[in-house]
Ligand binder design. Sequence first.
Ligand code: AMP
Length: 543
Amino acid sequence: MQDTMMKVPLSLNHLLERAGKLFHGGQIVSRLPDKSYKRHAYGEFYRRARALGAALQGLGLQKGDRVATLCWNHHAHLECYFGIPAAGGVMHTLNLRLAPEEIGWIAADAQDRFLVIDDVLLPLYEKFKHLHAFERVIVFPFSGASVPAGFTGYEALLAGADPDGFAYAPHEEDDPVAMCYTSGTTGQPKGVVYSHRSTVLHSLAACMPDYNSARNTDVVLPVTPMFHANSWGMPYIAVMVGAKLVFPGPHLHPDDLLDLMTQEPPTLSLGVPTIWMTMIQTYEASLKPGSPNQGRWKLPAGMRSTVGGAAVPESLIRAFDRHGIWIMHGWGMTETSPVGTLSYPIAALQNASADEKYRRAALAGLPAPLVELRVRGDDGRDQPWDGKSAGELQVRGPFITGGYHGIGSPPDKFTADGWLRTGDVVTVDELGFTRISDRTKDLIKSGGEWISSVELENTLMAHPAVAEAAVIAIPDEKWSERPLACVAFKPGEQATPGELNEFLLAKGFVKWQLPERYEFIDAVPRTSTGKFWKLKLREQFPQ
Ligand code: AMP
């Protein structure tokens, strides 16, 4: 006898059906390789996603088979997000910015059966195809050119399938829908597998008003690649609420993003801080008298922007706020679906000063609903939430992975009592705001005292001449380690190490925390997901 609620399994297919029934007029805009725009209605998306499901079943896709994607952000990639799981498959997003050898290794490790690839990325495929034999390579004619011989055409495949006769593959709510590999900056990349249940719960939690606050009337611009932790879940969320989607395609240069924002003004956007930094610098430079770009762009005032994946400097939040755009700083990992924490205004801070509000906004914020969080000290004990006691951030919840594909749950990644060890060093304050001070491996231990590279970087980036700053540890005979600051200046700007140190002292740093040395560089190298790549700097400046 059932005397409580119905046991209906959580399912991604429900989101697709909901979108098809309720939002068929909603828009999906994609930027094509030639920079023109392609427009679809949600109704078309619904039919095409189901047609993809039918076509994959026609190709013999079995439940649990992996279908890889190697695609930019666009409407066909969105169809894969829903069409592959609808057919019972697991969508595995490959990161197109990785080295070809790494992409091939990952595809082989995941045992991907089929590949859906943008035609413009076929030259990349040629470089890794010897490492893994896909049974079929389905080419999406993103550029509009005809599909080369020897490949299956995506459009032809869809045209030959019947969306009306399509039946969803039966599934349990814990069955897999998607897969994404960790960036592998700390060892071999590892596969994280998301389920129907985790994806639906993450979509619900991450779209709440205090988090992404996604709604039907929104125009959503996901700049975060769809291969980086599922574009932070935003494609699922947007479809769930029926928001208009604007996809940037391959055009992620700040000029292109500003053009796109001017043409299709978003109300909600997301991306990593490095891209947001260059975007605001480009925009502000365009306002200066004599700029060749004067009057070219209009930033969409009122837009909310979720920025995370790496530390967000307070100066960045202030810069966007000057133009009426509020940045919501979030922390997460591929392993956490990825929204873990997000900084938002809370009632207890309503009467706080503007400076305090900015300071809080630059913290990683409060855990999302369903995410449990604890801070484990070196002594194995939970640290108090006092804003001072640091330890490793550990998390647990229904959209946090319990293991890795083919590896399970190794003890360096999971505690014996089932929490994920994030490898991030944090403090949490009385109000529950998390501050990420470092990755365990990025901490600088100088004379027995820890120096936070993140705090040094964020403060250096508040200096008016500084465009980017990354701080790494260098070995030191006397102090064991000392900070080295790698700094890139804004065009036409400069500062001396003495001036930068003066600035740091004025901002509250003490003498022994100041960088031992400065290196002036053109730009901080980026990882495959657009974050500062400290490993490269450590290789470049080993001493
Ligand atoms: P990934 O899985 O590639 O997105 O990387 C996850 C890692 O990025 C985390 O473990 C953190 O080290 C880092 N990260 C993510 N968000 C933030 C943030 N808001 N501040 C500082 N580091 C972050």
